[in-house]
Design a protein around this ligand. Structure first.
Ligand code: GLN
Length: 542
Protein backbone atom coordinates (compact mmCIF):
# COMPACT_ATOMS: atom_id res chain seq x y z
CA UNK A 1 0.00 0.00 0.00
CA UNK A 2 1.38 3.40 -1.00
CA UNK A 3 1.95 6.19 1.44
CA UNK A 4 -0.39 9.05 0.61
CA UNK A 5 0.59 12.70 0.27
CA UNK A 6 -2.24 15.23 -0.04
CA UNK A 7 -1.50 18.65 -1.45
CA UNK A 8 -4.02 21.39 -0.71
CA UNK A 9 -3.98 25.12 -1.33
CA UNK A 10 -5.10 28.22 0.48
CA UNK A 11 -5.33 32.03 0.32
CA UNK A 12 -5.62 32.31 -3.47
CA UNK A 13 -5.65 29.99 -6.46
CA UNK A 14 -2.96 29.81 -9.16
CA UNK A 15 -0.10 29.49 -6.67
CA UNK A 16 1.43 26.63 -8.60
CA UNK A 17 0.10 23.72 -6.58
CA UNK A 18 0.42 21.49 -9.63
CA UNK A 19 4.07 22.41 -10.05
CA UNK A 20 4.80 21.95 -6.36
CA UNK A 21 3.15 18.52 -6.45
CA UNK A 22 5.01 17.56 -9.62
CA UNK A 23 8.32 18.75 -8.12
CA UNK A 24 7.78 16.76 -4.94
CA UNK A 25 6.95 13.73 -7.10
CA UNK A 26 10.16 14.24 -9.09
CA UNK A 27 12.21 14.51 -5.87
CA UNK A 28 10.82 11.30 -4.41
CA UNK A 29 11.41 9.61 -7.74
CA UNK A 30 15.00 10.90 -7.79
CA UNK A 31 15.43 9.14 -4.45
CA UNK A 32 14.49 5.86 -6.08
CA UNK A 33 10.81 5.68 -5.12
CA UNK A 34 7.96 4.77 -7.42
CA UNK A 35 5.42 7.60 -7.52
CA UNK A 36 2.04 8.40 -9.04
CA UNK A 37 0.22 11.74 -9.05
CA UNK A 38 -3.51 12.37 -9.05
CA UNK A 39 -5.72 15.44 -9.23
CA UNK A 40 -9.11 15.86 -7.58
CA UNK A 41 -11.04 18.73 -9.16
CA UNK A 42 -14.01 20.12 -7.25
CA UNK A 43 -15.91 21.66 -10.20
CA UNK A 44 -19.11 20.07 -11.51
CA UNK A 45 -18.10 19.44 -15.12
CA UNK A 46 -17.71 15.72 -15.68
CA UNK A 47 -14.32 16.43 -17.27
CA UNK A 48 -12.65 19.58 -18.62
CA UNK A 49 -13.17 18.37 -22.23
CA UNK A 50 -16.05 20.74 -22.94
CA UNK A 51 -14.55 23.73 -21.10
CA UNK A 52 -13.17 26.66 -23.09
CA UNK A 53 -9.41 27.12 -22.95
CA UNK A 54 -10.18 30.72 -21.92
CA UNK A 55 -11.79 29.31 -18.78
CA UNK A 56 -9.63 26.42 -17.90
CA UNK A 57 -6.43 26.47 -19.92
CA UNK A 58 -5.32 23.46 -21.89
CA UNK A 59 -7.13 20.15 -21.84
CA UNK A 60 -4.49 17.49 -21.29
CA UNK A 61 -5.13 14.14 -22.97
CA UNK A 62 -3.85 10.84 -21.61
CA UNK A 63 -2.87 7.71 -23.56
CA UNK A 64 -6.13 6.04 -22.58
CA UNK A 65 -8.12 8.94 -23.99
CA UNK A 66 -9.16 10.92 -20.90
CA UNK A 67 -9.52 14.69 -21.22
CA UNK A 68 -7.99 15.96 -18.04
CA UNK A 69 -6.70 18.92 -16.10
CA UNK A 70 -3.50 20.53 -17.33
CA UNK A 71 -1.77 19.75 -14.05
CA UNK A 72 -1.50 16.16 -15.26
CA UNK A 73 0.78 17.57 -17.94
CA UNK A 74 3.07 18.95 -15.23
CA UNK A 75 3.03 15.59 -13.47
CA UNK A 76 4.06 13.78 -16.65
CA UNK A 77 6.71 16.32 -17.58
CA UNK A 78 8.31 16.18 -14.14
CA UNK A 79 8.11 12.44 -13.48
CA UNK A 80 7.85 10.91 -16.96
CA UNK A 81 5.10 8.63 -15.60
CA UNK A 82 2.25 8.53 -18.16
CA UNK A 83 -1.01 9.45 -16.46
CA UNK A 84 -4.31 7.79 -17.17
CA UNK A 85 -8.07 8.13 -16.77
CA UNK A 86 -7.73 7.11 -13.16
CA UNK A 87 -5.54 10.10 -12.29
CA UNK A 88 -8.08 12.91 -12.56
CA UNK A 89 -11.57 13.10 -11.14
CA UNK A 90 -14.10 15.92 -10.78
CA UNK A 91 -17.06 16.42 -8.48
CA UNK A 92 -19.19 16.07 -11.60
CA UNK A 93 -17.94 12.55 -12.26
CA UNK A 94 -18.15 11.54 -8.61
CA UNK A 95 -21.77 12.71 -8.40
CA UNK A 96 -22.54 11.07 -11.74
CA UNK A 97 -21.26 7.74 -10.41
CA UNK A 98 -23.10 8.08 -7.10
CA UNK A 99 -26.37 8.89 -8.89
CA UNK A 100 -25.97 6.05 -11.40
CA UNK A 101 -25.36 3.68 -8.50
CA UNK A 102 -28.45 5.03 -6.75
CA UNK A 103 -30.55 4.52 -9.90
CA UNK A 104 -29.35 0.92 -10.12
CA UNK A 105 -30.65 0.45 -6.60
CA UNK A 106 -27.22 -0.39 -5.24
CA UNK A 107 -27.68 1.71 -2.12
CA UNK A 108 -30.45 -0.71 -1.11
CA UNK A 109 -33.04 1.92 -0.27
CA UNK A 110 -30.79 3.97 2.00
CA UNK A 111 -30.80 7.79 1.96
CA UNK A 112 -27.86 8.80 -0.27
CA UNK A 113 -25.76 11.53 1.34
CA UNK A 114 -22.55 13.51 0.84
CA UNK A 115 -21.12 11.75 3.89
CA UNK A 116 -20.64 8.81 3.57
CA UNK A 117 -21.66 8.07 -0.04
CA UNK A 118 -19.93 10.87 -1.94
CA UNK A 119 -16.90 10.78 0.34
CA UNK A 120 -16.69 6.97 -0.02
CA UNK A 121 -16.70 7.31 -3.78
CA UNK A 122 -13.85 9.86 -3.53
CA UNK A 123 -11.85 7.58 -1.24
CA UNK A 124 -12.36 4.64 -3.58
CA UNK A 125 -11.03 6.74 -6.45
CA UNK A 126 -8.01 7.92 -4.45
CA UNK A 127 -7.06 4.41 -3.39
CA UNK A 128 -7.52 2.65 -6.74
CA UNK A 129 -4.18 1.14 -7.74
CA UNK A 130 -2.46 2.65 -4.69
CA UNK A 131 -0.65 -0.60 -3.99
CA UNK A 132 1.39 -0.28 -7.19
CA UNK A 133 3.56 2.62 -6.01
CA UNK A 134 5.56 3.78 -3.00
CA UNK A 135 4.01 7.24 -2.85
CA UNK A 136 0.69 8.44 -4.19
CA UNK A 137 0.47 12.23 -4.39
CA UNK A 138 -3.04 13.66 -4.53
CA UNK A 139 -3.59 17.30 -5.32
CA UNK A 140 -6.93 18.90 -4.43
CA UNK A 141 -7.96 21.63 -6.88
CA UNK A 142 -9.21 25.02 -5.69
CA UNK A 143 -8.57 26.45 -2.24
CA UNK A 144 -9.58 25.41 1.26
CA UNK A 145 -12.97 26.84 2.13
CA UNK A 146 -14.48 26.57 -1.37
CA UNK A 147 -17.98 25.13 -0.98
CA UNK A 148 -17.60 22.58 -3.76
CA UNK A 149 -14.26 21.34 -2.41
CA UNK A 150 -15.65 20.38 1.00
CA UNK A 151 -16.45 16.71 0.22
CA UNK A 152 -12.88 16.23 -1.04
CA UNK A 153 -11.36 17.76 2.09
CA UNK A 154 -13.66 15.61 4.21
CA UNK A 155 -12.65 12.49 2.27
CA UNK A 156 -8.92 13.11 2.70
CA UNK A 157 -9.45 13.93 6.38
CA UNK A 158 -11.12 10.52 6.78
CA UNK A 159 -8.28 8.84 4.90
CA UNK A 160 -5.77 10.48 7.24
CA UNK A 161 -7.67 8.98 10.12
CA UNK A 162 -8.23 5.55 8.65
CA UNK A 163 -4.72 5.00 7.30
CA UNK A 164 -3.03 6.66 10.23
CA UNK A 165 -0.58 9.52 10.47
CA UNK A 166 2.30 7.19 9.62
CA UNK A 167 0.84 6.60 6.17
CA UNK A 168 -0.45 10.04 5.24
CA UNK A 169 1.10 13.47 4.92
CA UNK A 170 -0.68 16.78 4.36
CA UNK A 171 1.14 19.51 2.47
CA UNK A 172 -0.53 22.92 2.31
CA UNK A 173 0.42 25.64 -0.15
CA UNK A 174 -0.21 29.27 0.76
CA UNK A 175 0.78 32.78 -0.19
CA UNK A 176 2.97 35.10 1.88
CA UNK A 177 2.38 38.49 0.24
CA UNK A 178 4.83 41.37 0.32
CA UNK A 179 3.14 44.64 1.18
CA UNK A 180 5.02 47.32 -0.67
CA UNK A 181 3.95 50.29 1.46
CA UNK A 182 4.86 48.57 4.72
CA UNK A 183 7.95 46.91 3.23
CA UNK A 184 6.92 43.69 4.94
CA UNK A 185 6.04 40.07 4.23
CA UNK A 186 2.68 39.20 5.74
CA UNK A 187 2.05 35.85 7.38
CA UNK A 188 -1.56 36.43 8.42
CA UNK A 189 -3.21 35.00 5.25
CA UNK A 190 -1.23 31.77 5.82
CA UNK A 191 -2.35 31.64 9.45
CA UNK A 192 -5.98 32.07 8.38
CA UNK A 193 -5.71 29.47 5.68
CA UNK A 194 -4.29 26.88 8.07
CA UNK A 195 -6.97 27.81 10.62
CA UNK A 196 -9.58 27.09 7.96
CA UNK A 197 -7.94 23.74 7.19
CA UNK A 198 -7.75 22.79 10.87
CA UNK A 199 -11.40 23.83 11.19
CA UNK A 200 -12.29 20.93 8.90
CA UNK A 201 -10.05 18.60 10.83
CA UNK A 202 -6.82 18.63 8.85
CA UNK A 203 -3.56 19.60 10.50
CA UNK A 204 -0.95 20.20 7.77
CA UNK A 205 2.47 18.59 8.25
CA UNK A 206 4.37 20.75 5.79
CA UNK A 207 3.67 24.27 4.52
CA UNK A 208 4.90 25.55 1.20
CA UNK A 209 4.68 29.34 1.25
CA UNK A 210 4.76 31.08 -2.11
CA UNK A 211 6.52 34.40 -1.84
CA UNK A 212 8.24 36.89 -4.11
CA UNK A 213 11.12 37.18 -1.65
CA UNK A 214 12.85 34.59 0.53
CA UNK A 215 11.05 34.34 3.88
CA UNK A 216 13.44 35.21 6.74
CA UNK A 217 13.86 32.73 9.61
CA UNK A 218 11.96 34.98 12.01
CA UNK A 219 8.83 34.95 9.81
CA UNK A 220 9.15 31.23 9.27
CA UNK A 221 9.26 30.68 13.03
CA UNK A 222 6.15 32.82 13.39
CA UNK A 223 4.29 30.84 10.73
CA UNK A 224 5.40 27.60 12.40
CA UNK A 225 4.20 28.76 15.81
CA UNK A 226 0.77 29.89 14.64
CA UNK A 227 0.23 26.99 12.28
CA UNK A 228 1.38 24.28 14.64
CA UNK A 229 4.19 22.87 12.50
CA UNK A 230 7.93 22.76 13.09
CA UNK A 231 9.96 25.65 11.57
CA UNK A 232 11.82 23.16 9.34
CA UNK A 233 8.51 22.31 7.75
CA UNK A 234 7.92 25.86 6.51
CA UNK A 235 9.30 25.78 2.98
CA UNK A 236 9.47 28.83 0.72
CA UNK A 237 8.48 28.66 -2.90
CA UNK A 238 9.92 31.74 -4.59
CA UNK A 239 9.40 32.73 -8.22
CA UNK A 240 12.00 31.07 -10.43
CA UNK A 241 13.46 31.84 -13.84
CA UNK A 242 12.48 28.35 -15.01
CA UNK A 243 9.93 25.99 -13.51
CA UNK A 244 12.43 23.16 -13.93
CA UNK A 245 14.48 24.67 -11.13
CA UNK A 246 11.68 23.96 -8.64
CA UNK A 247 12.75 20.42 -7.65
CA UNK A 248 16.28 21.67 -6.91
CA UNK A 249 15.15 24.68 -4.86
CA UNK A 250 12.58 22.65 -2.91
CA UNK A 251 15.17 20.00 -2.16
CA UNK A 252 17.64 22.63 -0.88
CA UNK A 253 15.04 23.67 1.67
CA UNK A 254 14.33 20.12 2.70
CA UNK A 255 10.83 19.66 1.28
CA UNK A 256 11.35 16.00 0.38
CA UNK A 257 13.29 15.28 3.58
CA UNK A 258 10.51 16.78 5.75
CA UNK A 259 7.79 14.89 3.90
CA UNK A 260 9.73 11.64 4.34
CA UNK A 261 10.23 12.45 8.02
CA UNK A 262 6.47 12.65 8.55
CA UNK A 263 6.39 9.02 7.42
CA UNK A 264 9.23 8.20 9.79
CA UNK A 265 11.70 7.72 6.92
CA UNK A 266 15.04 9.28 7.80
CA UNK A 267 17.46 7.02 5.95
CA UNK A 268 16.27 7.44 2.36
CA UNK A 269 18.95 7.66 -0.30
CA UNK A 270 19.72 11.26 -1.36
CA UNK A 271 18.05 12.28 -4.61
CA UNK A 272 20.06 12.21 -7.80
CA UNK A 273 19.33 15.65 -9.25
CA UNK A 274 22.12 15.69 -11.80
CA UNK A 275 19.74 15.60 -14.77
CA UNK A 276 17.68 18.49 -13.38
CA UNK A 277 20.82 20.56 -12.89
CA UNK A 278 21.73 19.94 -16.53
CA UNK A 279 18.28 21.07 -17.71
CA UNK A 280 18.41 24.24 -15.60
CA UNK A 281 21.90 25.00 -16.80
CA UNK A 282 20.81 24.66 -20.41
CA UNK A 283 17.76 26.89 -19.88
CA UNK A 284 19.76 29.57 -18.06
CA UNK A 285 22.83 29.53 -20.29
CA UNK A 286 21.70 29.04 -23.89
CA UNK A 287 24.17 29.57 -26.72
CA UNK A 288 21.71 31.38 -28.93
CA UNK A 289 18.12 32.27 -29.49
CA UNK A 290 15.40 31.46 -32.04
CA UNK A 291 12.09 33.18 -32.52
CA UNK A 292 9.02 31.03 -33.13
CA UNK A 293 5.67 32.52 -34.10
CA UNK A 294 2.76 30.57 -32.64
CA UNK A 295 -0.29 31.58 -34.63
CA UNK A 296 -3.48 30.66 -32.83
CA UNK A 297 -6.64 31.81 -31.17
CA UNK A 298 -6.41 31.57 -27.41
CA UNK A 299 -3.41 33.86 -27.06
CA UNK A 300 -4.50 35.89 -24.04
CA UNK A 301 -4.41 32.80 -21.85
CA UNK A 302 -0.93 31.28 -21.99
CA UNK A 303 -2.18 28.23 -20.12
CA UNK A 304 -4.28 27.26 -23.15
CA UNK A 305 -1.08 26.13 -24.83
CA UNK A 306 0.81 25.00 -21.75
CA UNK A 307 2.18 21.73 -23.11
CA UNK A 308 3.02 23.40 -26.40
CA UNK A 309 5.09 26.16 -24.85
CA UNK A 310 6.85 23.60 -22.66
CA UNK A 311 7.55 21.34 -25.65
CA UNK A 312 9.05 24.29 -27.55
CA UNK A 313 11.22 25.05 -24.53
CA UNK A 314 12.31 21.39 -24.50
CA UNK A 315 13.21 21.69 -28.19
CA UNK A 316 15.37 24.64 -27.17
CA UNK A 317 16.99 22.64 -24.37
CA UNK A 318 17.88 19.91 -26.87
CA UNK A 319 19.51 22.48 -29.19
CA UNK A 320 21.01 24.64 -26.47
CA UNK A 321 19.07 27.74 -27.54
CA UNK A 322 16.43 29.89 -25.92
CA UNK A 323 13.12 29.70 -27.75
CA UNK A 324 11.40 33.07 -27.81
CA UNK A 325 7.71 32.52 -28.53
CA UNK A 326 5.71 35.19 -30.28
CA UNK A 327 2.07 34.47 -29.53
CA UNK A 328 0.20 35.92 -32.47
CA UNK A 329 -3.55 36.09 -32.65
CA UNK A 330 -4.26 34.82 -36.18
CA UNK A 331 -6.99 37.42 -36.59
CA UNK A 332 -4.36 40.15 -36.97
CA UNK A 333 -3.38 38.66 -40.37
CA UNK A 334 -6.91 39.19 -41.55
CA UNK A 335 -6.39 42.92 -41.16
CA UNK A 336 -2.68 43.34 -41.87
CA UNK A 337 -0.25 41.56 -44.14
CA UNK A 338 1.11 38.39 -42.51
CA UNK A 339 4.60 39.21 -43.79
CA UNK A 340 4.92 42.22 -41.50
CA UNK A 341 4.55 39.92 -38.48
CA UNK A 342 6.38 36.88 -39.77
CA UNK A 343 9.39 38.27 -41.61
CA UNK A 344 11.61 38.24 -38.54
CA UNK A 345 10.74 34.78 -37.18
CA UNK A 346 12.75 31.56 -37.55
CA UNK A 347 9.82 29.15 -37.44
CA UNK A 348 6.04 29.21 -37.61
CA UNK A 349 3.77 26.92 -35.66
CA UNK A 350 0.01 26.68 -36.04
CA UNK A 351 -1.34 24.78 -33.04
CA UNK A 352 -4.59 22.93 -32.39
CA UNK A 353 -7.85 24.83 -32.37
CA UNK A 354 -11.55 24.78 -33.00
CA UNK A 355 -14.12 26.78 -34.96
CA UNK A 356 -14.09 29.41 -37.65
CA UNK A 357 -12.66 32.47 -35.96
CA UNK A 358 -9.09 33.18 -37.02
CA UNK A 359 -8.84 30.43 -39.64
CA UNK A 360 -8.10 32.79 -42.55
CA UNK A 361 -5.18 34.22 -40.59
CA UNK A 362 -3.81 30.75 -39.85
CA UNK A 363 -4.05 29.89 -43.56
CA UNK A 364 -2.15 33.10 -44.37
CA UNK A 365 0.58 32.04 -41.91
CA UNK A 366 0.87 28.61 -43.59
CA UNK A 367 1.14 30.24 -47.01
CA UNK A 368 3.89 32.54 -45.79
CA UNK A 369 5.86 29.63 -44.32
CA UNK A 370 5.42 27.46 -47.42
CA UNK A 371 6.33 30.14 -49.94
CA UNK A 372 9.21 31.63 -47.99
CA UNK A 373 10.78 28.31 -46.95
CA UNK A 374 10.35 29.10 -43.25
CA UNK A 375 10.18 25.98 -41.00
CA UNK A 376 6.50 25.17 -40.47
CA UNK A 377 4.91 22.92 -37.87
CA UNK A 378 1.15 22.34 -38.03
CA UNK A 379 -0.49 20.54 -35.14
CA UNK A 380 -3.98 19.08 -35.56
CA UNK A 381 -6.00 22.12 -36.67
CA UNK A 382 -2.66 23.44 -37.91
CA UNK A 383 -2.43 20.42 -40.25
CA UNK A 384 -6.01 21.08 -41.37
CA UNK A 385 -5.10 24.68 -42.20
CA UNK A 386 -2.04 23.51 -44.15
CA UNK A 387 -4.17 21.09 -46.17
CA UNK A 388 -6.73 23.80 -46.95
CA UNK A 389 -3.96 26.21 -47.96
CA UNK A 390 -2.27 23.65 -50.23
CA UNK A 391 -5.58 22.53 -51.75
CA UNK A 392 -6.51 26.12 -52.56
CA UNK A 393 -3.21 27.71 -53.52
CA UNK A 394 -1.30 24.74 -54.95
CA UNK A 395 -3.98 22.42 -56.31
CA UNK A 396 -6.32 25.24 -57.30
CA UNK A 397 -9.35 23.72 -55.59
CA UNK A 398 -11.51 26.80 -55.22
CA UNK A 399 -13.69 26.52 -52.11
CA UNK A 400 -11.55 23.93 -50.28
CA UNK A 401 -12.33 23.80 -46.56
CA UNK A 402 -13.27 21.80 -43.51
CA UNK A 403 -16.77 20.56 -42.76
CA UNK A 404 -16.15 21.81 -39.22
CA UNK A 405 -17.14 25.23 -40.57
CA UNK A 406 -19.98 25.06 -43.04
CA UNK A 407 -20.33 23.05 -46.25
CA UNK A 408 -17.23 23.66 -48.39
CA UNK A 409 -17.30 22.80 -52.08
CA UNK A 410 -14.18 20.68 -51.60
CA UNK A 411 -14.31 19.11 -48.13
CA UNK A 412 -10.57 18.42 -47.86
CA UNK A 413 -11.04 18.05 -44.11
CA UNK A 414 -14.10 16.04 -43.12
CA UNK A 415 -15.71 14.04 -40.38
CA UNK A 416 -14.89 10.34 -40.38
CA UNK A 417 -17.69 8.39 -38.78
CA UNK A 418 -15.81 5.17 -38.26
CA UNK A 419 -12.24 4.15 -37.55
CA UNK A 420 -10.27 1.33 -36.01
CA UNK A 421 -8.69 1.19 -32.59
CA UNK A 422 -6.67 -2.02 -32.50
CA UNK A 423 -9.16 -4.53 -33.89
CA UNK A 424 -12.22 -2.65 -32.62
CA UNK A 425 -14.36 -0.35 -34.74
CA UNK A 426 -15.06 2.99 -33.05
CA UNK A 427 -17.81 5.25 -34.30
CA UNK A 428 -18.62 8.92 -34.13
CA UNK A 429 -22.06 10.41 -34.75
CA UNK A 430 -22.48 13.76 -36.42
CA UNK A 431 -24.20 16.17 -34.04
CA UNK A 432 -23.67 13.72 -31.18
CA UNK A 433 -22.92 14.47 -27.55
CA UNK A 434 -19.92 16.85 -27.49
CA UNK A 435 -18.32 15.02 -24.59
CA UNK A 436 -17.92 11.79 -26.53
CA UNK A 437 -17.39 12.34 -30.22
CA UNK A 438 -13.69 12.90 -30.52
CA UNK A 439 -10.87 10.59 -31.51
CA UNK A 440 -9.09 10.69 -28.18
CA UNK A 441 -5.91 9.24 -26.76
CA UNK A 442 -3.01 7.22 -28.13
CA UNK A 443 -3.14 5.75 -31.63
CA UNK A 444 -0.30 4.16 -33.57
CA UNK A 445 1.06 5.72 -36.76
CA UNK A 446 3.18 3.95 -39.36
CA UNK A 447 5.80 6.23 -40.87
CA UNK A 448 6.78 6.02 -44.52
CA UNK A 449 10.37 4.77 -44.78
CA UNK A 450 12.65 7.45 -46.18
CA UNK A 451 10.31 10.30 -45.21
CA UNK A 452 11.44 13.33 -43.22
CA UNK A 453 9.45 12.18 -40.18
CA UNK A 454 10.89 8.66 -40.30
CA UNK A 455 14.33 10.24 -40.20
CA UNK A 456 13.32 12.54 -37.31
CA UNK A 457 11.77 9.78 -35.19
CA UNK A 458 14.45 7.33 -36.33
CA UNK A 459 11.89 4.53 -36.51
CA UNK A 460 8.78 3.61 -38.50
CA UNK A 461 6.13 2.95 -35.84
CA UNK A 462 5.12 5.57 -33.28
CA UNK A 463 2.26 6.23 -30.89
CA UNK A 464 0.91 9.72 -30.27
CA UNK A 465 -2.13 11.25 -28.58
CA UNK A 466 -5.13 12.60 -30.43
CA UNK A 467 -8.00 14.99 -29.67
CA UNK A 468 -10.07 15.92 -32.69
CA UNK A 469 -13.22 15.19 -34.65
CA UNK A 470 -12.17 15.89 -38.22
CA UNK A 471 -9.63 14.18 -40.47
CA UNK A 472 -7.80 14.84 -43.72
CA UNK A 473 -10.08 13.57 -46.49
CA UNK A 474 -8.10 10.79 -48.21
CA UNK A 475 -10.00 11.40 -51.46
CA UNK A 476 -7.99 14.56 -52.08
CA UNK A 477 -4.57 13.13 -51.34
CA UNK A 478 -3.57 12.35 -54.94
CA UNK A 479 -4.24 15.97 -55.93
CA UNK A 480 -2.14 17.25 -53.02
CA UNK A 481 0.66 14.75 -53.73
CA UNK A 482 0.86 15.97 -57.34
CA UNK A 483 1.82 19.32 -55.87
CA UNK A 484 4.40 17.96 -53.47
CA UNK A 485 2.35 17.72 -50.24
CA UNK A 486 2.43 14.05 -49.27
CA UNK A 487 1.34 11.73 -46.49
CA UNK A 488 4.28 10.35 -44.53
CA UNK A 489 2.40 8.74 -41.63
CA UNK A 490 -0.73 6.56 -41.79
CA UNK A 491 -2.97 4.82 -39.31
CA UNK A 492 -2.13 1.07 -39.43
CA UNK A 493 -5.28 0.36 -41.53
CA UNK A 494 -4.10 3.06 -43.98
CA UNK A 495 -7.44 4.85 -43.76
CA UNK A 496 -6.42 7.92 -41.78
CA UNK A 497 -3.59 10.21 -42.87
CA UNK A 498 -1.77 11.11 -39.64
CA UNK A 499 1.24 13.10 -40.89
CA UNK A 500 1.81 15.16 -44.03
CA UNK A 501 4.96 16.83 -45.24
CA UNK A 502 6.45 18.75 -48.16
CA UNK A 503 9.70 16.96 -48.93
CA UNK A 504 10.90 19.89 -51.05
CA UNK A 505 10.63 22.37 -48.20
CA UNK A 506 13.35 22.76 -45.53
CA UNK A 507 10.90 21.74 -42.75
CA UNK A 508 7.19 21.56 -43.42
CA UNK A 509 5.33 18.99 -41.31
CA UNK A 510 1.71 18.76 -40.24
CA UNK A 511 0.53 16.17 -37.73
CA UNK A 512 -2.98 15.09 -36.82
CA UNK A 513 -1.97 14.34 -33.22
CA UNK A 514 -0.57 16.41 -30.34
CA UNK A 515 3.13 15.58 -29.95
CA UNK A 516 3.51 18.35 -27.34
CA UNK A 517 1.70 16.16 -24.81
CA UNK A 518 4.54 13.68 -24.71
CA UNK A 519 7.54 16.00 -24.57
CA UNK A 520 9.59 16.12 -21.35
CA UNK A 521 12.42 18.39 -20.24
CA UNK A 522 14.56 15.32 -19.62
CA UNK A 523 13.47 13.77 -22.91
CA UNK A 524 12.49 16.39 -25.52
CA UNK A 525 10.11 15.22 -28.25
CA UNK A 526 11.89 14.38 -31.55
CA UNK A 527 9.60 16.62 -33.64
CA UNK A 528 10.17 19.64 -31.40
CA UNK A 529 13.87 18.92 -31.23
CA UNK A 530 14.05 18.79 -35.02
CA UNK A 531 11.75 21.80 -35.57
CA UNK A 532 13.93 23.97 -33.32
CA UNK A 533 17.07 22.65 -35.02
CA UNK A 534 15.53 23.78 -38.34
CA UNK A 535 14.74 27.17 -36.78
CA UNK A 536 18.35 27.48 -35.60
CA UNK A 537 19.45 26.81 -39.19
CA UNK A 538 16.94 29.38 -40.46
CA UNK A 539 18.18 31.99 -37.97
CA UNK A 540 21.67 31.65 -39.42
CA UNK A 541 20.41 32.20 -42.95
CA UNK A 542 19.05 35.67 -42.28
N1 GLN B 1 -11.04 21.36 -34.62
C1 GLN B 1 -10.36 20.26 -35.18
C2 GLN B 1 -11.10 18.95 -34.99
O1 GLN B 1 -11.95 18.83 -34.16
C3 GLN B 1 -8.95 20.15 -34.63
C4 GLN B 1 -8.90 19.86 -33.17
C5 GLN B 1 -7.56 20.15 -32.58
O2 GLN B 1 -6.79 20.93 -33.12
N2 GLN B 1 -7.27 19.55 -31.46
O3 GLN B 1 -10.82 18.00 -35.69
Amino acid sequence: MARLIFITGGVVSSLGKGLASASLGALLQARGYKVRLRKLDPYLNVDPGTMSPFQHGEVYVTDDGAETDLDLGHYERFTGVPSSKSDNITSGRIYQQVIEKERRGEYLGRTVQVIPHVTDMIKEFVLTGADEVDFLLCEIGGTVGDIEGLPFFEAIRQLGNELGRANTCFVHLTLVPYIETAGELKTKPTQHSVKELRGIGIQPDVLVCRSRHPIPAEERRKIALFCNVSADCVITGIDLSTIYEAPIRFHEQGLDAQVLKTFGITDAQPPDLERWHRVVDRVNHPEGEVKIAVVGKYMQVKDSYKSLSEALTHGGIANNVRVVMEWLDSEVFERDDAASFLESVDGILVPGGFGERGTQGKIAAVKFARERDVPFFGICYGLHMAVIEAATDLAGLEGAGTTEIGRPRHPVIALMTEWMRGNQVETRVEGGDLGGTMRLGAYPTILTPGSHVAEIYDCTAISERHRHRYEVNAGYLPRLAEHGFVVSGWSPDKRLPEIMEIPDHPWFIGVQFHPELKSRPLDPHPLFKSFIAAAVHQSRLV
